[in-house]
Design a protein around this ligand. Structure first.
Ligand code: FEO
Length: 400
């Protein structure tokens, strides 16, 4: 389906209302997604990105209704990941000699994916493609979030095609940020940042500052997923700068899993203790086995401190806790306090293991954690409450 953005630019992407998992099973998409591709028509016609491979035939069929494919003078591939390059094979069967503009890393990755010697034109930051009255200017953005990533800026219309940057997995028939529910939009934008871009926050800050230094007017930011930022597009740039600066809110999150409820009882008691010391602090509890993992990561992203709890099983951790700790390690969170807790029956290694994993994941572990034998009684719950108070106190002390 085509949707006209300006006299020059038409959206030719795909809205995927049914997607529930992305990146294999790594990312939940509660609100679907879209794969945004754009057709830029000046004296030359340029396609910016394609869409995911399962929809390649649909994409080429729809594109053919918008433009004679042989009138496409060039394709810009801002990012080689398959959700944006996946329709290239189907399209290039029709127009095999069309030049593909991408970074030199993009050439390598596209060849690695599709094993084709298409007419690649490697570009660097500042290179431009003259398309008539307007130009497309390329801006490399390595590791946002792949080595090949780049942005493309359209002069005249002042549009930044930012690919994954500023995107959201958010299906909507409404194209623009001012036409959708703001709570939903920002919930999906922060989830996207937390789960995908957190490890690259230093590069996010640098790239945004580089672009701001160019003083390019930006009337619209067109990402490759979700809605287009046309109403105050600077708002998402400013928000990204905040998120990239080791973002945190006044929140403490407890994530845990429990076999027979004892570690869960400890979690609730610790939470009560925290609230007694810090009633203003948002305290959230997430049972990792029963809560979406990407939603948990988003809650951690917002937190100033976290507590991770597991019962001990087979001298180690519950499966769900190992999984979330591995995600946390990879995301390289910074500026967050942490500690561990858990119940045990005899060997009781979990708390020490969690503390070690938190520390190697970059969290500041504030104490050796708390472990309790078998099922907590009232006095153990009181001990856990006291532990929660002490934890909140130590987080507060390091804030001042
Ligand atoms: Fe939406 Fe990195 O692909």
């Amino acid at each position: 389906m085509e949707k006209k953005l300006t006299d020059t630019v038409t959206w030719v992407g795909k809205t995927d209302w049914e997607l529930v998992r992305f990146h294999g099973d790594e990312y939940s998409t509660h609100r679907g997604t879209s794969y945004n591709a754009y057709l830029v028509r000046d004296q030359k016609t340029v396609l910016v990105d394609t869409i995911w491979q399962p929809f390649d035939k649909e994409f080429v069929r729809s594109l053919r209704q918008v433009v004679d494919l042989h009138q496409i003078d060039a394709i810009v591939c801002n990012h080689a990941e398959i959700d944006h390059s996946g329709s290239l094979c189907e399209l290039m069967r029709e127009i095999p000699d069309t030049p593909i503009y991408c970074t030199s890393n993009g050439v390598k990755i596209l060849k690695g994916h599709y094993h084709q010697n298409w007419h690649f034109v490697p570009v660097k930051t500042g290179d431009a493609l003259d398309i008539g009255d307007q130009k497309l200017i390329f801006i490399e953005a390595p590791m946002l979030h792949w080595p090949d990533t780049m942005f493309t800026y359209l002069t005249g219309d002042n549009i930044l095609f930012s690919n994954d940057g500023f995107g959201q997995h958010y299906a909507s028939e409404m194209l623009y940020n001012d036409c959708v529910d703001q709570g939903e939009l920002f919930a999906e934008a922060i989830k996207y940042y937390a789960n995908i871009l957190t490890p690259f926050s230093r590069q996010v800050t640098k790239k945004i500052n580089d672009i701001l230094a160019l003083n390019l007017p930006v009337d619209m930011i067109c990402p490759s997923h979700g809605i287009i930022w046309r109403d105050k597009p600077a708002q998402i740039i400013e928000t990204y700068l905040k998120w990239a600066a080791d973002y945190q809110e006044n929140q403490i999150t407890l994530v845990y899993d429990s076999m027979w409820g004892s570690t869960g009882t400890m979690a609730k008691a610790i939470a009560r203790g925290i609230q007694q010391v810090d009633p203003e602090t948002t305290v959230k509890l997430c049972n990792v086995a029963r809560t979406d993992k990407n939603d948990i990561i988003t809650e951690m992203f917002k937190s100033k401190a976290i507590l991770v709890g597991s019962a001990t099983i087979n001298n180690g951790l519950l499966f769900s806790i190992s999984g979330i700790l591995e995600m946390m390690r990879g995301l390289k969170f910074k500026n967050k306090k942490a500690a561990a807790f858990g119940s045990y029956g005899w060997s009781g290694e979990a708390v020490k293991q969690i503390s070690g994993l938190l520390s190697s994941a970059g969290f500041s572990v504030v104490n050796e954690g708390i472990r309790e034998l078998w099922v907590p009684d009232e006095s153990v719950e009181a001990t856990c409450e006291a532990y929660g108070k002490a934890f909140a106190q130590s987080v507060r002390e390091t804030e001042t």
